[in-house]
Ligand binder design. Sequence first.
Ligand code: GLP
Length: 245
Amino acid sequence: MELKTYQDYNAMSSAAADMIIDCVRKKPQALLCFATGDTPRLTYQILAENSKRDKIDFSKCFMIGLDEWLGISPDNTGTCHHFLHTWLLQPLSIDPSQIHLFDGLTPNEEEECERMNNLITKKGPIDFMVVGVGMNGHIGFNEPGTDIESLAHVAILDHTTRTVGKKYFRDDVQINRGITLGLKQVMQAETLLMIANGKKKAPVIKQAVSEKISNSFPASLIQRHSNAILMTDNEAASELEILQT
Ligand code: GLP
């Protein structure tokens, strides 16, 4: 794992966007996987702007979503579906035939997971995966204790995720369960980019990189990935003893 720290959120987001563009330049038919949340929003905005400016061709890529809240309509502005369409897929004019996101309203959760697993088997491995990190160290909805061999699955969200997750929703919705790619799929991504910013993520980043690797803190698994980059701003890296740039 390589750690890269940047002066602020802008600089980190810009570097993250550059990495995604670089991947698509090198491999136009790349399979890309994207997280949602407050962290990657600016990365996606910069990605869309720079791609337009530099005429980056995304027409051969395939894009998948990392996770989704279960039981909530995709029209709800708090969903991953809504987020990805708003900040990434529409601005980049990605054709619906190039996208597969989890359906949070699926009547058959098992089939929904299978659909995603089959797609990754067919089109994969995932060339580039962008993930954030939850306040409890989760990646996607791989909560503490998730099996490291897991594929796409339904997750019962823990207290921290349910509490923190309220920030995405305007209404008082029930966010008890999520659907997510599994840790095995995260670890099998050719390039894994984890991004984190802000003071509140400092203890999480410290635990992810300087403590023991364990699925009881899923973000720590990044240390074991052979091609992972952890990008943070200075605030998120402020509890680390050694800063690298
Ligand atoms: C959410 C999502 C994750 C996301 C993480 C961090 O619950 N399921 O995919 O990466 O928590 O979110 P944020 O960037 O808002 O801190």
